[in-house]
Structures are given as C-alpha cells and as structure tokens.
Design a protein around this ligand. Structure first.
Ligand code: PGA
Length: 236
C-alpha cells in the first residue's frame, strides 16, 4: 500500500473551486494499491466528506492539543466529528510561521491518537542544516522529541520526511539522497511506521521515490491542486 497525501494548504480560495477539485478527484480511477488522503482547508472538510468519501480519506492540516478555552483553534474532537481520519502535524510552514515546536507536535500527536485519528508527522531540515550536513542530527532530535512517550507498536502514525528547502521550491530532494534519510528514520523507529517523502514532488520525479527510493508514500502540495496532472501522475 502506498500513501498519497494531498496537502492543499490554504487553497483554493472559494468553495466553488474546491467542489470542482473534489469532483475531479472523485471522477478519477485511483489504483487500488494507493491510499489517497486529501487534506483541504478545514472549512471544506465537510464538502470533501460529502463528495470524496468513496475515493479518499479526509485529513486536516493542523489541530489543537485539546478543546476548551483556546480561541480560534480546532480540537481533534471537532476533526473526528467532521469525519476526518488523518491530521498533518508539525508541517514546516506551521513551525516557521506559527511557532510550532517538536514539543507542541508531541502534544498534538497524543491528542489526535486519543480520539482515534492518525497523525501525519512532518519532519525535515532547513537548507542551512542541510548544507552544514546536520540532516541526520536534526531528524534524530525531531523524532525523539515529537514521538516522546508514544508507542509506535500500539499507535498508527505516518512520518513524512520533508526537507524544508525542497517544499514549494521546485527543487526536490533527489530520491536516492532522500532515501538515505528514509533509511535512517525506518531504522530509528524499528520500521513501525510508514515513511513518506514530501517536497516538490512532480509528475516527472514522482516514480523515483518508489524506484530509486523505498518510500511508503508521498506528501504532495502544489501538484495536488492540478487535478488532471495529479491524477495522471499517481497512475503508476
Ligand atoms: P510541495 O508541498 O509539494 O508543493 O513542495 C509539499 C508540502 O506540502 O509539504
């Protein structure tokens, strides 16, 4: 089974366009070996649920670690109630612009698991860390801190390796190179969770992550907003 996560980020800007995208996804014949997870903005999750239920699982892009007096937040309960099955946690954009840390990611993962949803944990190094050959060190710290006190043999989690410099830059991390990090992650967690790659996945490079690399799936941003290209690209 290969996991394909479509991360729409803060797109599209209207429900009308979201419905067009959902309909295009729903009309596609998805290969049975692919488990498709679509993560639209939260306000379109119900629409996604209505139109895509047969084609894909729905995921959210973030959540709070609990409900109650947290103005402006969404709790894992809200997501579960809306039919979401997955939640992206610790995406680099959340870390960079909204102060998310390994510690907050750890709290969120625990809260998501507590309501029976599956977290998709994102980890990855900055360009400076990459150039300074600190990738493995950074990944190890992120794994240790984000997964603190979480038993992977009892809880389902997906882990996405996303080099920050590769996200949205058009400069993907080459599959063979990314696979070295995948190997490290898989060893570190004793192969107890699927490991995905994310960062400028395109129609041209998509297959390399399964041929030259042994990834269990992909987290795809930009390409997933172009339904025709995206659906064509995941027909392998
Ligand atoms: P991208 O985004 O595919 O546009 O680089 C990946 C991501 O959302 O992490």
């Amino acid at each position: 089974m290969l996991y394909i996560v479509a991360n729409w980020k803060c797109n599209p800007s209207s429900a009308k366009t979201a419905v067009t995208l959902f309909n295009a996804y729903a009309a596609a014949k998805i290969n049975s070996k692919i488990h498709l997870i679509v993560c639209p903005p939260f306000c379109y999750c119900q629409l996604a649920q209505d139109t895509l239920k047969k084609t894909a699982a729905i995921g959210a892009q973030n959540c709070c670690w609990e409900g109650g007096a947290y103005t402006g937040e969404l709790s894992p309960h809200h997501l579960a109630e809306m039919g979401c099955k997955y939640v992206i946690i610790g995406h680099s954009e959340r870390r960079r612009y909204f102060g998310e840390t390994n510690e907050s990611a750890n709290k969120k993962i625990k809260a998501v698991l507590a309501v029976g949803l599956t977290p998709i944990l994102c980890i990855g190094e900055t360009q400076k860390e990459y150039l300074g050959e600190k990738t493995i060190q950074i990944i190890e710290t992120q794994l240790k801190e984000c997964l603190l006190d979480i038993d992977l043999s009892k809880n389902k989690i997906l882990i996405a390796y996303e080099p920050i410099w590769a996200i949205g830059s058009g400069q993907a991390c080459e599959a063979a190179q990314a696979d070295q990090v995948r190997q490290f992650i898989a060893d570190f967690i004793d192969r107890k969770a699927p490991v995905l790659y994310g960062g400028s996945v395109s129609a041209e490079n998509i297959e390399s992550y399964f041929n030259k690399g042994k990834f269990d799936g992909l987290l795809i941003g930009g390409l997933s907003l172009k339904p025709d290209e995206f659906i064509q690209a995941i027909k392998f």
